[in-house]
Design a binder for this molecule. Structure first.
Ligand code: HEM
Length: 197
């Protein structure tokens, strides 16, 4: 594996290990997402459309996007959502989420803007699950989603991780954007392999 890519894995592992296990996304949560996969799949369209309707309805978030970019962004988020609801939730997945965070930073999107969209996603899961499932099952699904969201947000919020990745990029001399693209492609290939096994 590319030594810089290895660094992303180590960084994800370090953040993960610093989180108390009860707060992290765990085996029971994985099982819950698997149980309600048919529902999560049905909610894909309202979630993807609503996500971008929200970002495009506010000037400060609308201004981030280039002319004609929305269709491509929706397609990428759709891919991300499908991978997120099906798992597997391994170190590769979490390292990929760190890279996604870096991509946002490169585009000048604030952590605050990303965090509130995590909140928005969680509200949608809460609402949709409470409309279509018995209350205890809806609560269980929402809690599993929240622990997933919290685990990813914890990585995105970690300042030491950012400093570490920056120094890694400086030392390797790699262009961060090229490194990110290569890493995302590599991780996606790995995920396809894991899904097949
Ligand atoms: C829950 C929060 C969010 C998630 C899960 C998410 C997910 C993603 C993913 C998976 C990518 C593709 C990364 C890659 O492989 O290159 C991406 C890129 C992007 N996202 Fe987000 N996003 C979130 C929040 C936001 C927000 C708040 C904005 C704008 C205000 C935004 C705008 C963009 C843009 C412009 C790109 C393209 C970056 C580039 O390639 O230059 N995203 N996002």
């Amino acid at each position: 594996m590319n030594p810089s890519l290895q660094g992303y894995f180590q960084a994800a592992k370090a953040v993960w290990e610093g989180l108390p296990p009860v707060t992290r996304f765990g085996a029971l949560d994985q099982h819950t997402l698997k149980t309600y996969l048919p529902q999560l799949q049905r909610w894909e369209d309202p979630i993807i459309n609503g996500f971008y309707d929200t970002l495009f309805s506010h000037p400060a978030t609308r201004s981030v996007f280039r002319e004609g970019e929305r269709a491509m962004r929706e397609q990428v988020l759709r891919h991300w959502y499908r991978r997120t609801i099906t798992g597997p939730f391994n170190l590769e997945y979490f390292a990929w989420q760190i890279l996604v965070g870096q991509v946002h930073q490169t585009r000048g999107i604030s952590k605050g803007q990303v965090m509130v969209m995590w909140g928005w996603l969680t509200e949608q899961i809460w609402q949709l699950s409470h409309i279509s499932l018995p209350i205890d099952e809806a609560d269980q699904l929402t809690m599993a989603w929240m622990r997933l969201a919290n685990s990813i947000k914890a990585m995105a919020a970690d300042e030491r991780l950012e400093a570490y990745l920056q120094s890694l990029e400086q030392q390797s001399g790699a262009n961060p954007r090229i490194l990110q693209s290569a890493a995302v492609s590599w991780l996606e290939e790995q995920s396809k392999g894991s899904n097949r096994s």
